[in-house]
Design a protein around this ligand. Structure first.
Ligand SMILES: [Fe+2]
Length: 177
């Protein structure tokens, strides 16, 4: 493989290969962004586990609508975790895959899967978790500002879905209590 062209020096090509999509116009601290994304991803994995648990426990005869709602949310939480992992990799990082480390990172921001004894308790737990995530995403989006547009765009997409979940859960609780 040739490492230089008539336009770029071999040093420039080497740097381009090392940095991929990161150019001098990238203004964020990639290492810091990677850490924050890994932290958010750990909360998405906890959210996935919590929704799946609620899905198992919401017996289909008792609440078929909520059972499928929990399932739908669980699938979307996993998708959020996957989108964060892809971005972590693109920025030169490694998505955390040690379950203990994932649990510790989520616990650091006060998140662990919970399973209440009633359907209402479970929905409240999900609402509280979604609201914590809304806060965390909003904070990071504001911090990133115009320093990393692609990460920002991805975070806004996840935030929109998270807000939708929170609204759905709050609407359910308004109707049922
Ligand atoms: Fe999520």
């Amino acid at each position: 493989m040739s490492t230089s062209t008539h336009k770029s020096s071999s040093g420039e090509v080497q740097q381009a290969i090392m940095q991929g999509a990161i150019t001098r116009e990238y203004r964020a601290d990639a290492q810091q962004v990677i850490q924050r994304l890994n932290s958010l991803r750990s909360t998405e994995i906890m959210s996935y586990l919590q929704y799946m648990q609620h899905q198992y426990m919401a017996v289909s005869l008792l609440s078929p609508a909520m059972k499928s709602e929990f399932q739908t949310h669980a699938t979307q939480e996993l998708d959020h975790a996957n989108r964060l992992a892809e971005r972590i990799q693109q920025l030169g990082g490694v998505p955390i895959y040690d379950p203990k480390e994932i649990a510790a990172k989520a616990a650091n921001v006060g998140i662990a899967p919970e399973q209440g004894t009633t359907l209402t308790e479970m929905v409240v737990e999900d609402l509280m978790l979604e609201r914590q995530q809304i806060e965390a995403y909003t904070t990071l989006i504001r911090e990133i500002g115009d320093q990393d547009f692609v990460t920002r765009h991805m975070l806004i997409g996840i935030l929109a879905e998270t807000e939708k979940h929170a609204n759905e859960l709050a609407d359910y609780l308004k109707r049922s209590t």
